[in-house]
Design a protein around this ligand. Structure first.
Ligand code: ADP
Length: 186
């Protein structure tokens, strides 16, 4: 499914993000930037070991040894990936008692990634479903935040193509429901 928003496009697809040949793919990283499970592991595996080296350099030089904060984003080359760049962002770990703060942080992941891509003059980006795997965010809640955040950004910027790259048909339909809501508000 692909919709036009203010001259930009927002697409939903079921695919392996490591195969996407957009200018950038987004990694649902953890604050260490040293790789992990899920999509993070798959991206590091496909990009090759230079990716972790680049992440180490960012930890040392840009973050002065600190972890990347939740909701923030940094950029590296894509190395062996078809995508030229990887944007690493840290999604929130779901915790019901803190939901509205976490929602804002998840929104920041999408907005900061798009802003960083724009700063690098990139015009296409693929996102995974941030925080809905190991970080256990409720899928419908995360999908609504993702679609609204990307939609808002595209509504107010000239960007290009944003894609949500989903790992299953079930995820796809949840995201499609949220996208349908912003196209045809009732
Ligand atoms: P988080 O820790 O942010 O929850 P995960 O990697 O555990 O991140 O999961 C985020 C989403 O990415 C999940 O829906 C998972 O199924 C999906 N995913 C895992 N591998 C890939 C891949 N290669 N391409 C696209 N999505 C993937």
């Amino acid at each position: 499914m692909k919709v036009e928003i203010n001259g930009n496009t927002l697409e939903l697809t079921v695919a392996d993000i490591t195969k996407q040949n957009t200018d950038a793919i987004v990694n649902a990283a953890n604050g260490t930037l040293m790789g992990g499970g899920g999509v993070d592991g798959a991206i590091h595996q496909a990009a090759g070991s230079k990716l972790v080296q680049a992440c180490k350099t960012i930890r040392e030089q840009k973050l002065h040894g600190e972890r990347l904060s939740t909701g923030e984003a940094v950029i590296t080359n894509g190395f062996q990936l078809p995508a030229a760049y990887v944007i690493h962002t840290v999604g929130p770990v779901w915790n019901e008692s803190n939901a509205s703060t976490l929602d804002q942080k998840l929104m920041n992941c999408y907005i900061n990634s798009l802003q960083l891509a724009s700063n690098y003059d990139l015009s296409s980006i693929s996102f995974p479903s941030i925080s809905t795997g190991i970080y256990r965010y409720p899928l419908d809640r995360a999908a609504q935040i993702a679609i609204r955040s990307i939609g808002q950004y595209l509504q107010s910027h000239r960007f290009g193509e944003a894609t949500m790259t989903l790992s299953s048909k079930d995820d796809y339909y949840v995201y499609k429901t949220e996208l349908d809501k912003i196209i045809n508000p009732t």
